[in-house]
Write a protein that binds this ligand. Structure first.
Ligand SMILES: NC(=O)c1ccc[n+]([C@@H]2O[C@H](COP(=O)([O-])OP(=O)(O)OC[C@H]3O[C@@H](n4cnc5c(N)ncnc54)[C@H](OP(=O)(O)O)[C@@H]3O)[C@@H](O)[C@H]2O)c1
Length: 328
């Protein structure tokens, strides 16, 4: 079968048998409804997914921000008011969608993800939803000392932020097993794109934030926001039940080298290099936690099972660097 390229998603076969209305490979007799997808947490990635799926799916977006509803409507989704922190506001969502794409982050404290608990409680009121795709983070592995990491590596979260994600994954997989719902977990590293708020690496360079000197530096992993959206769309079609997948590009970069490369592409000053001891004094606890974890994600499952061909296999490509001339 041809690799997934984003626009062809509606015509590919599903790997999990779903009822005909949810299987875009089955031609729908005219007059039959399109399958419905509920996006929970329809921010930057959700909006990119909307643009990919709009023609073939009926799209609903749970949103806790009334000021965003006109924009969600204009992007092709029916906004559903609801706040994952307020379970009483979620009664509408049961039975509305055949599939759910869960992109909402956990709240900012604790070791459990109550938002996911509230979502599942609401979804449990109906049997309609047959598939859930969840965007988790690769932070669940903790530090791997620069090793290659595949999806069989046992998670070892080092922060409560990562523990909440692991809790969300466990809740979702348990829900899937108990109720026969196909749950696919995407473990996602740093999301970047020049048109993504907070995801443009030039901003960090312009702030002059330091990176670690080479001997102390850590491996980081990246995915372009558009490729993540395409992976979400592919997982809705091909994601295997109760399966974990990395959604990461093919770059192998230490953090300092990544920012050096960004500086080179955009003709900016490279970031100052500091020792780990200096970083401990200068950087916030959150920034420091990212400098304490080093791993290189393998993405074979993503390519094989989702049949995803990355549009931006390297950050150079994602940032629009001129292609290198092959050496003579
Ligand atoms: N930044 C990274 O590098 C990175 C790495 C790995 C994973 N991730 C995760 O990937 C996911 C998708 O990323 P993204 O950039 O699309 O996130 P985003 O732009 O922040 O969107 C998340 C959306 O969640 C919704 N939300 C937040 N709290 C809510 C609540 N209490 N009830 C209902 N909805 C709520 C918000 O929509 P409304 O305001 O409309 O409710 C928000 O737009 C997120 O979970 C993110 O944490 C990010």
């Amino acid at each position: 079968m041809a690799p997934y390229t984003g626009s062809d998603c509606a015509y590919l076969c599903l790997s999990v048998p779903l009822r005909p209305a949810l299987n875009p490979a089955c031609p729908l007799p005219s007059g039959l409804r399109r399958p419905s997808l509920l996006i929970v947490g329809c921010g930057d990635i959700g909006l990119r997914v909307l643009a990919l799926l709009r023609p073939r799916w009926r799209l609903l977006a749970l949103s806790s921000s009334p000021q965003r509803w006109p924009m969600l409507r204009a992007a092709g989704a029916v906004p559903l008011p609801g706040d994952l922190d307020d379970p009483g506001s979620l009664w509408r969502i049961a039975g509305l969608a055949d599939a759910v794409l869960h992109l909402a982050p956990p709240a900012g404290a604790g070791q459990v993800d109550l938002r996911t608990a509230h979502l599942l409680q609401a979804l449990a009121c109906s049997r309609r939803c047959r598939r859930i795709v969840y965007a988790s983070t690769s932070g669940v592995y903790g530090d791997a000392a620069g090793a290659w990491v595949d999806e069989t590596r046992p998670p070892a979260p080092a922060t409560d932020r990562a523990r909440r994600r692991l809790d969300a994954e466990a809740q979702l997989r348990g829900f899937g097993r108990r109720r026969g719902v196909a749950v696919t977990i995407l473990r996602v590293p740093g999301i970047y794109a020049l048109d993504r708020q907070g995801g443009d690496p030039r901003q960090r360079l312009l702030r002059g934030t330091s990176v670690l000197r080479a001997q102390d530096d850590v491996y980081t992993n990246h995915i372009h926001a558009d490729d993540l959206a395409r992976a979400c769309a592919a997982a809705l079609l091909h994601g295997r039940p109760q399966r974990v997948l990395h959604v990461s590009d093919d770059s192998q970069l230490r953090m300092g080298d990544y920012f050096d490369q960004v500086a080179k592409i955009f003709d900016l000053a490279p970031p100052p290099r500091i020792s780990r001891a200096e970083a401990a004094q200068q950087l916030s606890p959150m920034a420091l936690s990212f400098l304490s974890e080093s791993r290189r994600l393998l993405n074979r499952r993503m390519k094989r099972e989702l049949r995803l061909r990355l549009r931006f296999p390297t950050v150079d490509q994602g940032l629009g660097a001129a292609p290198q001339m092959p050496s003579a």
